[in-house]
Write a protein that binds this ligand. Structure first.
Ligand code: PRP
Ligand code: GLN
Ligand code: SF4
Ligand code: MG
Length: 456
């Protein structure tokens, strides 16, 4: 996953973009970048590392002058985690200077890249996003036409912010896999992966960018908004895992906060586990928190915070190597002996992917004296990889793809292991939305909503 944001018509474009990126840091911790234009020549500043380390006052105020900016935080899901693949990607082409920031994975990337190679194209990066810049450079027509024609050639997941001169463009693939919202602050429009980033910088969430929509904004006005493409099924398939794990709890998705969806996941879990009694309900911080709250409210079992989280380490699942994931999981959470000692615990996390976190946590809870552990997850077993921009690995590394629930229970050494049913997950995530048929749930079912041409 990655986080993207753009703001136009604003004297503080760089500062607000960097604040927005900080709010989206949970979507990618590997690199961050900002492109700015509107006053002087377009320029991009990007580096490996966290937003707060990269964008200090000197860089924001002196190196990034302008009124229109886009920004990106990266979590690698295509090719390498390296500076060369850090975004935004700024190019100079027949249409002038253009910069792009992308969230998602283009699933026909290899096929298009091969065709472009044969036509003599030169590539500077190794991730999927660069092909879009080639397609843009080779298209003709108005700015909206150029973007629309290019995007029609792509398959898979892409939420985008694009910058050209004083124009900010937002676009979303026709399945709407990755989130993208429109917001406003005074006379400036904002486009962002999540509404929380709009609100943190003082703006108001207006609406979601629609699947298959391109929106062109300049000088505080929406110049054009068009649906450039419908997918074959004409059905939105937004990633349900955004609500399970990826997005911030204070972001709005499907007419409710992600927090609300997670609380409901916990309430449904409590209904599924009516027969299990325990002394306390405990979340695995951070993402397990609201589901545990919902569980406790419905079951009446006491909510306890039995882990201390180290705030100086980030998210373990999105780290780029297994060594880093192991280290993060070990450093991140430590049980509080007096809370867990001698207790029968319902432990709630959002998901088991590789099993890195859960195996370690259950061991340390036992060492701290936990009497019994019932482990509950607020999504079903993950049995298939994601091709749309989340690094759920190939089947061989997915613990639930290769083992029955009973086997995982034995491996984790817990007294019970319960997964939220898919029906209940969809119900929790679609509240306020009349249709519940708007989600991609492929990693739980193995049924992918698009053809996967070749793994990008
Ligand atoms: O089975 P695994 O491969 O360990 O992956 C699943 C775990 O990773 C995530 O936590 P993470 O530390 O990434 O982020 P969080 O602080 O938001 O919970 C998720 O919340 C699970 O705890
Ligand atoms: N997870 C993402 O959204 C990453 C975007 C893009 N595929 C990259 O790897 O840079
Ligand atoms: S496969 Fe899973 S993680 Fe990927 S988009 Fe679909 S629901 Fe989200
Ligand atoms: Mg977690």
């Amino acid at each position: 996953m990655c986080g993207i944001i753009g703001i136009e018509n604003n004297e503080n474009a760089a500062v607000l973009t960097s604040a927005g990126l900080l709010t989206l840091q949970h979507r990618g911790e590997e690199s961050a970048g900002i492109t700015i234009s509107g006053r002087e020549k377009m320029r991009t500043f990007k580096a490996m590392g966290l937003v707060s380390r990269i964008f200090n006052e000197e860089i924001l105020l002196n190196k990034l002058p302008g009124t229109v900016a886009i920004g990106h935080v990266r979590y690698t899901t295509s090719s390498k985690s390296s500076l060369i693949n850090a975004q935004p990607f700024q190019i100079s082409c027949i249409h002038g200077n253009i910069s792009v920031a992308h969230n998602g994975n283009i699933t026909n990337f290899s096929k298009i890249k091969e065709l472009l190679f044969k036509k003599g194209a030169i590539f500077n990066h190794t991730s999927d996003t660069e092909i879009l810049l080639h397609l843009i450079a080779m298209s003709k027509g108005s700015l909206a036409d150029i973007i629309a024609n290019s995007l029609r050639k792509l398959e898979g997941a892409f939420s985008l912010v694009i910058l050209k001169d004083r124009t900010l463009i937002g676009a979303r693939d026709s399945n709407g896999f990755r989130p993208l919202v429109l917001g406003k602050i005074e006379n400036s429009y904002i486009i962002s992966s999540e509404s929380a980033a709009v609100e943190v910088i003082g703006g108001k969430y207006i609406r979601d960018i629609k699947p298959g929509e391109i929106i062109v904004i300049e000088d505080g006005q929406i110049k054009k908004s068009l649906i450039y493409n419908y997918n074959k099924t004409k059905r939105q398939t937004s990633c349900i895992f955004e609500q399970v794990y990826f997005s911030r709890p204070d972001s709005i998705m499907f007419e409710q906060t992600v927090k609300e969806a997670r609380v409901k996941m916990g309430e449904y879990l409590a209904q599924q586990m009516k027969n299990i009694k325990a002394d306390i309900v405990m979340p695995v911080p951070d993402t397990g928190y609201f589901a545990a709250l919902g569980f406790s409210r419905t079951s009446g079992i006491l909510f306890e915070n039995g882990f201390i989280r180290n705030h100086y380490v980030g998210r373990s699942f999105i780290k780029p190597s297994q060594n880093l994931r192991n280290l993060t999981a070990t450093l991140k959470l430590r049980p509080i002996g007096e809370v867990v000692n001698g207790k029968e615990i319902i432990l709630i996390d959002d998901s088991i992917v590789r099993g890195t976190t859960s195996k370690r946590l259950i061991n340390v809870l036992k060492e701290a004296g936990a009497k019994k552990i019932h482990f509950a997850l607020s999504c079903p077993p993950i049995i298939g990889p994601c091709y749309y921009g989340i690094d759920t690995p190939s089947r061989e590394h997915l613990i639930a793809a290769n083992n029955s629930v009973e086997k995982i229970k034995k491996y984790l050494n817990v007294n019970s292991l319960i997964f939220l049913s898919l029906d209940n997950l969809v119900k929790a995530c679609s509240s306020g939305n009349k249709k519940s048929d708007v989600f991609c749930v492929a990693c739980f079912t193995g049924k992918y909503p698009t053809k996967i041409s070749k793994i990008a």
